[in-house]
Design a binder for this molecule. Sequence first.
Ligand code: IPM
Ligand code: MG
Length: 368
Amino acid sequence: MIKVKKRKILLLPGDGIGPEVIAELKKIINWFNDKKSLDFEIDQELVGGCSYDKHGTPITDEVFYKALESEVIMLGAVGGPTWDKLEFSKKPERALLKLRKELKLFANLRPAICFKQLVDASTLKPEVVSGLDIMIVRELTGGIYFGEPRGIKPIENGERKGINTHTYTTSEITRVARIAFDLARKRSNKVTSCEKSNVMEAGQLWKEEVQELHEKEYKDVELSHMLADNCAMQLLRNPKQFDVIVTDNLFGDMLSDQASMLTGSLGLLPSASLGAKNKDGEMRAMYEPIHGSAPDIAGKGIANPIASILSFAMALRYSLDLDKEADILEKAVQDVLNDGLRTKDIMSEGMKETSTSAMGDAIISKLQ
Ligand code: IPM
Ligand code: MG
């Protein structure tokens, strides 16, 4: 078999169950190296609370520069109650936000797919969620998460004032909207753009810019605008009306959590954060499971590694141009679920409960 160019993958397991799920992912990457002659070069570093404990900062310059040079970053999760009381700049989450912002990962793709094997795990009726396949495209480097001014300051009457600023520019809106339209063309060709144009100027601008881009370049795609609160409601009422949802950083944070729960399987959902392409056509990208650090179950060997493994399938597809390998990996996950293997989070009657590492091994055995 022909050896392809060395591709650098940086693993950042982070905190909580991050290290456990990334350990399984590592087995999968090594399988591809050994069995498919792919030349992934793996490196691993601390980020988040574990980095703070060792170095006094959630991400060291060294790790940050490594991330800058990596084509693909696979993140586990950061944060946990241990570090809740730290000042803002030292919190584990700052590492994540710094990576997103400095690597300019402006488009966050969060699929909400209801796996047919898990329809009953949703809190919604099976007929409402079966076959559900939504892609939320969340703007990731702007809006209220990063706007200035920000801070907490004393005011005259002895009270304090907390300040955050919500801003968006034309180009920040259009570049993420473009990703949403392009994705829609490969799916069911429908985009719903969400904002609060009824109360926020930045929301009004969002709506106008998306509309204008649509008229100029994407007339073939069906576009509708929806107020973000209505979208939250519609996601529960009739989620299958959506194909691609594009929205700002904060609304995207909330709507994607909500959408993920429709599927009943938070432990299965991957995500991709994509940046702009450089002149060589390479794009920075970070992939992570959406489930977070789940400190309550950390270290017990019961976490579900599937979301992190499916995040790697996204990396194969979006960063590494290895669609066939992505298909193989996604198929292996389906096969394992069809066999009735379940980690604790998705366990139901009649299924076989497995540990984190047994799940990883089972997926590898399906790859063979
Ligand atoms: C997410 C998380 C993060 C966010 C936190 C951990 C900073 O909730 O990725 O959705 O708010 O963006
Ligand atoms: Mg979130």
